[in-house]
Design a protein around this ligand. Structure first.
Ligand SMILES: [Zn+2]
Length: 256
């Protein structure tokens, strides 16, 4: 028995796109009228609406949280971004940046999980800037939308690079330890096998859940026993990697 019944009215997998495809919005005019509350402004040419989260979760999507965009959610009309109206102006600024850039990444062809991870990097940088005072928190939601637009334009080079660079994924379980290592040591290592082996070159710039990375070196080895960090690998990692006779040990750092 599936845990979520297939016909559950509150969970419709059709609502979500893992890859963007042009579509008609899956929402009725009545629903739209009840969801949209306040027009906050525009970001990247899209209208940003403050929406009624209580109503959306009660009648359309129980998982709607903080914000949504038409590249991910079929019920958000094209050319609109939605932000839950319960969020304060500074919080709405973070969400507007995230949803705006995620839409661009997905329409340009990145799958949702990659686009979402990259959007988190932009949102995180902005939230840090607000916390340390280098960006002043907006007083109103209208101000927040102007600031979201400015922030994204100031990062246009980073956006361009992100769109051009390939994406390198990491097992979710390893992300926080690697983040820690990048912060404390300045570089980290990953081992690539199978279809991932032979893909990366030294000097290359890639996107990742940590932001942009520079590949510092790639060392190809013929068995796990040549692995320079054999002792640091967990038994589970060793077991997995021992199956391969070609492995890339990749050293990488964050692009500042
Ligand atoms: Zn997202």
């Amino acid at each position: 028995m599936p845990i979520i019944p297939k016909n559950a009215p509150y969970y419709n997998v059709w609502d979500r796109m893992d890859e963007y495809a042009p579509h008609e919005p899956d929402v009725t005019p009545e629903q739209l009228a009840s969801y949209r509350k306040t027009l906050y402004g525009t970001v990247l040419g899209m209208q940003v609406w403050g929406v009624d989260g209580l109503n959306i979760r009660g009648s359309k999507d129980i998982d709607f949280t903080a914000g949504g965009n038409p590249a991910r959610y079929r019920y958000v009309p094209n050319g609109e971004l939605w932000i839950e109206s319960a969020l304060s102006a500074p919080d709405a600024l973070g969400v507007a940046v995230h949803e705006g850039i995620e839409t661009v990444f997905m329409i340009k062809g990145l799958p949702y999980s990659n686009a979402h991870d990259l959007s988190n990097v932009f949102e995180w940088n902005l939230r840090q800037a607000m916390l340390n005072g280098s960006v002043k928190s907006p007083a109103t939601h209208a101000d927040a939308m102007c600031m979201a637009e400015d922030w994204l334009h100031s990062k246009i080079e980073m956006v361009r690079k992100s769109l051009k660079s390939p994406y390198m994924s990491f097992p979710p379980a390893e992300v926080s330890a690697l983040k820690q290592r990048l912060r404390s040591v300045g570089h980290a290592f990953t081992t690539r096998v199978d279809a991932e082996q032979g893909k990366r070159k030294a000097g290359e710039i890639v996107n990742s859940p940590f932001g942009q990375l520079r590949i510092l070196s790639v060392k190809t080895i013929g068995s796990l026993f040549e692995h320079p960090f054999l002792k640091e690998l967990t038994p589970a990692q060793q077991k997995l990697l021992s199956k391969y006779d070609k492995l890339d040990v990749i050293k990488f750092t964050l692009v500042k």
